[in-house]
Design a protein around this ligand. Structure first.
Ligand code: PLP
Length: 429
């Protein structure tokens, strides 16, 4: 493949944008080489500035569950834009999307829109602190909840990819209020709670982790956390920025039948426009301004174009629940196909999958937490794999710590091409 124009654009970008990108993991720094500049995308495919066509397994890092430029979403945005882009007043569409989200997601009465997953998680934690009157939080190593200060303590994916899980600029004062637990280790959580009695406001986690590759919760893990939180008055926050409206219409709460106290959303809820949200039952949400004392705001929150995209996306998912089953089947097909060819080529690997989230780790041991993900990251092999796949027209995330997101736009023919590429590439690993 030729990347002449991408390379030229990257050179120009680096002069005026730090590292040439507006989000670090896009830069290909972890895998080497230069990023691809995309000109347009449709369905399952990206078309770059050099005219290359790529089958996309990133899908804008998760939002585009129905594929790129999905017509109902594009039509809704275009139509809405004709009436103006932002008013800074309430609009009807904000209520309509809130009504639909509350209908789709179990255990929530109200939802507040923000502009990103980071804002959603940051605001959810503030709300939990305000509601409980406590200051400390528990997060899990390898879980990523956006780039707000409290979360940049052993954050997964992007942060780990760049070797800075604990970012400079986060004060010691902030860091000391974030307690770090091991994913899938209930005993560890119990110890932390015991050592910080009556000081913990909330426990936040990705209920299916996606930022250290895909890691499912162990049997009983989420239920155990629910029980611990009930016993201690700690609020349980599910960060469903990746999993919400993806693993089921009602996210992990529905799929795994465990209730959270506060749920955070992002990605799919915005249909590809900048949207995040957090939601809970009335008694918690009524703690938010202007009803309650916890402040949270946003000039562009509930933006009409973003709401139009989100409403069109959620409407499709609500009206066609078969989509989730279809996504699961496609992902299973890919899993089985890749497993077969990797085995045949004598590669050590572990594939983790939940619904339409899947990841390949190049190691034999089960990947169940951040430590095992790091041991299986095998960057030398992963980077070769990444570039080999790219050369064969398959675009996966440029990091060993990311999940692949399957979109409904992918055909079985696309999946077969991908499996064939894995076969070809793994012969040279
Ligand atoms: N939470 C999770 C689980 C995420 O995966 C991400 C982003 O990838 C975020 C929060 C932050 O969302 P955003 O990048 O929209 O700020």
């Amino acid at each position: 493949m030729i990347y002449k124009r991408s390379s030229q654009l990257f050179t120009e970008a680096q002069k005026v944008i730090p590292g040439g990108v507006n989000s670090p993991v896009r830069a290909f720094k972890a895998v080497g080489g230069e990023p691809i500049f995309v000109k347009r995308a449709e369905g399952a495919y990206l078309y770059d500035e050099d005219g290359n066509k790529l089958i996309d397994y990133i899908n804008s890092w998760g939002p585009l569950i129905l594929g790129h430029a999905h017509k109902p979403v594009i039509d809704a945005v275009v139509e809405k834009a004709k009436s103006g882009t932002s008013f800074g007043t309430p609009t009807e569409i904000e209520t309509r999307i809130a009504e639909l989200a509350v209908k789709m997601v179990p255990n929530i009465d109200k939802i507040r829109m923000v502009n990103s997953g980071t804002e959603a998680c940051m605001s959810a934690v503030r709300l939990a602190r305000g509601f409980t009157g406590k200051e400390k939080i528990i997060k899990f190593a390898g879980c990523y909840h956006g780039h707000s200060d409290s979360f940049l303590i052993q954050a997964g994916s992007g942060a780990v990819t760049f070797g800075t899980p604990n970012s400079p600029g986060v004060t010691e004062g902030t860091a000391k209020d974030t307690l770090l637990a091991k994913y899938n280790d209930l005993e560890n959580v119990k110890e932390l709670i015991g050592a910080n009695k009556d000081e913990i406001a909330c426990l936040i986690l990705e209920p299916v982790a996606g930022n250290m590759g895909c890691i499912p919760p162990a049997q009983g893990f989420l239920e155990g956390l629910r029980k611990l939180c009930d016993e201690t008055g700690i609020l349980l926050i599910f960060d469903e920025v990746m999993t919400g409206f993806r693993l089921a219409a009602g996210g992990v709460q529905e799929r795994m039948k465990v209730d959270a106290d506060i749920v955070c959303f992002g990605k799919v809820i915005g249909g590809g426009l900048p949207v995040g949200a957090f939601a809970a039952r009335n008694e918690i949400m009524d703690y938010l301004a202007p009803v309650g004392p916890v402040y949270q705001a946003g000039t562009l929150s509930g933006n009409p174009l973003a709401m139009a995209a989100g409403l069109a996306m959620l409407t499709e998912l609500h009206d066609n629940p078969g989509i989730f089953e279809s996504l699961d089947k496609k992902t299973e097909y890919l899993h089985e196909g890749m497993e077969k060819v990797l085995k045949a080529n004598n590669i050590d690997f572990t594939i983790n999958r939940v619904g339409s989230m899947i990841s390949v780790h190049f190691g034999k041991e089960p990947v169940t937490d951040f430590d095992s993900a790091a041991r299986s990251a095998n960057l030398g092999i992963f980077n070769k794999f990444f570039h080999g796949m790219l050369e064969n027209g398959i675009y996966i995330a440029p990091s060993a710590y990311e999940t692949w997101f399957i979109s409904e736009a992918l055909s079985y023919e696309d999946l077969d091409k991908t499996i064939a590429a894995v076969d070809k590439v793994s012969k040279d690993l």
